[in-house]
Design a protein around this ligand. Structure first.
Ligand SMILES: NC(=O)c1ccc[n+]([C@@H]2O[C@H](COP(=O)([O-])OP(=O)(O)OC[C@H]3O[C@@H](n4cnc5c(N)ncnc54)[C@H](OP(=O)(O)O)[C@@H]3O)[C@@H](O)[C@H]2O)c1
Length: 245
């Protein structure tokens, strides 16, 4: 795919996830790409000389800081993409259907992974955006993190953690603009994507509504390509439409 804004150096946090892995694959199809840092809890397999795998855990700031130091040695990044997240623990816990289901531990885990983890990545990675040229920091959020769009309720911890992430993205966008006028910091909604995260909740989703990770990754890269500094601080869906907070 020919991009108006070539991505030469990129970092993906969550390269082992459904969307994160597809995003790495899509980035690697681009001949303009020189280096791709692929981060996951367990290092991903290297099948392209441009891949630089690293390991990190959202619960451990030092690992994130170390990864950023390593990347900083090679210069600024055109794209920093946070593809991590959680909706359920894989053992039947979450998301809540009612306030009666609220559990402090489950809620704390959602906030740690969906909000605090990406914030720590931003803390260490935002300084790696270029000072003059265009650079994008994108974090996968979700439409259900929009307060104004919430008509169904439920999923308390997930919604709250994504709403808080959206607020942080807006905050970081304001701060990043003071450092670089061409910095773009956004939250993205990938659509409903066939992955481990959405698997238990796909009933009622039509085949047309359910994207493959590859489809979603292609859409998201196209949205990123079209973003301008004026878009910084917003939440954008897979089709480029802005979702109000
Ligand atoms: N799928 C959808 O329909 C959908 C819809 C809206 C929004 N989203 C958002 O999109 C993002 C990615 O979702 P997905 O569908 O690709 O889910 P996924 O396949 O379950 O991937 C989740 C990713 O998060 C990583 N992760 C979880 N806990 C971590 C931790 N403590 N430290 C480091 N990495 C951790 C996982 O790493 P491991 O492989 O090590 O577990 C994995 O790479 C999430 O933020 C989700 O909320 C997805």
């Amino acid at each position: 795919m020919a991009r108006q804004n070539p991505i030469r150096r990129a970092a993906v946090f969550g390269a082992s996830g459904g969307i994160g892995e597809a995003l790495c694959k899509a980035l690697l199809t681009d001949s303009a790409l020189e280096t791709l840092y692929c981060g996951a809890r367990q290092e991903v397999a290297v099948n392209d000389a441009r891949m630089r795998p690293f390991s990190f855990d959202l619960m451990e700031e030092t690992g994130i800081a170390d990864a950023a130091v390593l990347m900083a040695d090679d210069g600024p990044l055109d794209l920093i993409f946070v593809a991590t997240g959680t909706l359920h623990d894989g053992f039947g816990q979450g998301p809540e259907k009612s306030w009666r289901g609220i559990d402090a531990g489950t809620m704390a885990r959602a906030l740690a992974i969906n909000t605090i983890g990406p914030a720590l990545i931003a803390k260490h990675m935002l300084p790696l955006l270029p000072r003059k040229e265009r650079g994008v920091f994108a974090a996968l959020s979700a439409r259900v993190g929009s307060v104004s769009d919430n008509r169904l309720g439920g999923w308390h911890s997930y919604r709250a953690s994504k709403a808080a992430l959206n607020m942080l993205v807006r905050n970081f966008a304001i701060e990043a603009a003071q450092r670089s006028p061409n910095a773009i910091v956004v939250a993205l909604h990938p659509g409903t994507v066939d992955s481990a995260l959405s698997k238990p909740f796909q009933r009622g989703v039509t085949p047309e509504q359910l994207f493959s990770p590859e489809q979603s990754a292609t859409y998201l890269l196209s949205v990123i390509d079209d973003l301008e500094p004026a878009d910084s601080g917003g939440l954008f869906a897979w089709d480029g439409t802005q979702i109000p907070f």
